[in-house]
Ligand binder design. Structure first.
Ligand code: GDP
Length: 305
């Protein structure tokens, strides 16, 4: 996965390993290395600002670096770059979503998860995938069809629900989505159901009415986690929309979908750096099991070591 981004780091570290000796790198050489890395990161879909920040941090590390005559030069440099990346992204704490929400269940029931994001990014499929993960562990869930705007949204959710054997709480189209969420939570309380997953509307354009509506859903449902679904293939657009959302609603973390069709990989770095939120999972296909936990440290290790 993410071959292009991995190759960018690989060829970059190889260049450094070949250039560096026991003497410091010259400023000319550093500048050449920087330009090369920058280009490769941008070509791998890393946003320009983020690529700049990564290049600056790595070049700072390389400036003045002297490698000992003996020992594994390559490993030392790779570890150095890994440390730089961990530091640059240190504000983001990895969260294991399944552990987090099952721990939460010890103190509160139902645990409420709110799913946010534009249409087509994979929101309903992801709700089904996360629910499937919890059901495999013996937990129960109910869904709130709180996208009361888009024709077909309720039926789409019901299609997944039928496959998983999940109850959907719904009102008609045009009804108040916050009321649907409220009803689903009450249903879960009455029936002793563990989790409530709330689907929401996501119109493509920045839309203040939608934001006010989502903000009301969040206020009324008081979710334990609000999760933004980001489509990897639409990296910068998804970033702009997530930033717009976050002016109106709290976003606790992300699930990044469609990474199976996304060898570039750079959007992952962009989302982490710009949104400073954990990525809980990567969506890796259209089946319910195609959901892979994401760990920032592990991701960097795969890119660099
Ligand atoms: P929504 O409108 O945001 O609810 O999006 P859907 O859940 O309907 O997903 C839109 C399309 O993307 C569907 O065809 C899904 O099967 C597909 N999809 C969702 N997640 C993934 C993923 O991780 N990988 C791939 N390849 N396709 C996905």
């Amino acid at each position: 996965m993410f071959d292009k981004l991995r190759n960018a780091f690989k060829s970059f570290t190889n260049t450094i390993v070949n250039s560096i000796t026991t003497t410091e790198l010259s400023e000319d050489k550093l500048s050449e290395i920087r330009d090369n890395l920058f280009m490769q990161l941008v070509e791998s879909d890393v946003a320009v600002d983020v690529a700049e920040a990564i290049c600056d941090a790595i070049i700072n590390y390389l400036r003045g670096l002297k490698v000992p005559r003996f020992g594994d030069k390559e490993l030392m440099i790779r570890n150095g770059i890994l440390e730089v990346m961990n530091k640059l992204f240190s504000e983001i704490q990895d969260v294991d979503l399944i552990s987090e929400v099952t721990r939460e269940l010890q103190v509160k029931k139902p645990v409420i998860l709110l799913f946010l994001g534009p249409n087509g990014y994979g929101k309903t499929t992801t709700i089904a995938k996360v629910t499937h993960q919890l059901m495999k562990r013996g937990y129960t869930a109910v869904w709130a069809a709180a996208d009361t705007y888009r024709a077909g949204a309720i039926e789409q959710l019901e299609g997944h629900a039928a496959r998983l054997g999940i109850r959907v709480i719904k009102h008609g189209y045009g009804s108040d989505p916050a009321a649907v969420a409220y009803d689903a939570i009450n249903h879960a309380k009455n029936k002793g159901i563990d989790y409530v997953m709330i689907d929401t509307a996501g119109r493509m354009h920045t839309d203040v009415n939608l934001m006010n509506e989502l903000s009301k859903v969040q206020r009324v449902s008081k979710p334990d986690l609000s999760i933004f679904i980001a489509d990897a293939l639409l990296g910068n657009e998804a970033l702009d929309i997530a930033k717009y959302y976050s002016k109106y609603v709290r976003i606790d973390g992300l699930i990044v979908t469609k990474v199976d069709a996304y060898p570039k990989g750079g959007a992952i770095l962009t989302f982490l750096y710009e949104l400073k939120r954990p990525i809980y999972f990567l969506g890796t296909g259209q089946n319910y099991d195609d959901l892979r936990p994401f760990n920032k440290m592990e991701f960097f290790r795969q890119l660099i070591l």
